[in-house]
Design a binder for this molecule. Structure first.
Ligand SMILES: CC(C)(COP(=O)(O)OP(=O)(O)OC[C@H]1O[C@@H](n2cnc3c(N)ncnc32)[C@H](O)[C@@H]1OP(=O)(O)O)[C@@H](O)C(=O)NCCC(=O)NCCS
Length: 143
């Protein structure tokens, strides 16, 4: 879904630094999913970033390695992020996802996320659309 120029620009060392800073900073919450000794997914969340009306918490990112998808890791990661948001005293949650990412959209819908709105997003050279799902209360997340 993402343009080649954007993917080619991603730099492992840059991301490593960024995640070190995010984890050390402590204002958000970051979790990994483990299968035995292997890390097979991660998720992060914290204060809502864009000033969306009615939402103060946000699921920033969630990824599970393809070969480990469909085994409950995603659900477990959302559970962990929700606990993290509660710790930060954030009572609700929004998430943004590319409009054409049908798999992730089904996942959020399965967890009770309600469609909020669509907006354009520029990633590298591509103009894409992203949609948001919201949970007005963290109690509304259906595991
Ligand atoms: C979206 C993602 C995090 C879901 O994680 P997962 O570990 O595969 O999901 P789980 O196994 O915990 O599934 C939880 C529920 O969601 C449903 N679900 C998950 N993926 C789904 C899909 N693609 N289509 C339909 N339902 C789906 C599962 O069926 C399950 O419901 P059930 O117990 O009633 O069957 C994972 O597929 C992923 O990393 N995708 C690629 C990265 C991505 O798109 N991230 C989101 C960016 S915004």
């Amino acid at each position: 879904m993402l343009p080649d120029d954007f993917l080619a620009s991603l730099d492992e060392a840059g991301y490593e630094d960024r995640w070190r800073r995010i984890i050390a900073d402590g204002s958000s919450r970051v979790f990994v999913a483990a299968d035995g000794l292997d890390i097979v997914g991660f998720a992060s969340g914290g204060r809502e970033r864009a000033g969306e009306d009615g939402y103060s918490g946000e699921l920033y990112a969630i990824y599970v390695l393809r070969e480990f998808q469909g085994r409950g890791h995603g659900r477990g990661l959302v559970r962990a992020v929700v606990a993290g948001l509660r710790e930060l005293e954030l009572p609700d949650m929004i998430v943004w996802v590319l409009r054409d990412n049908g798999g992730a959209r089904s996942f959020y819908e399965r967890l009770g996320g309600v469609y909020v709105r669509t907006q354009p997003i520029t990633i590298g050279s591509a103009l894409l659309q992203e949609v948001s799902y919201g949970w007005r209360s963290l109690d509304d997340v259906n595991y």
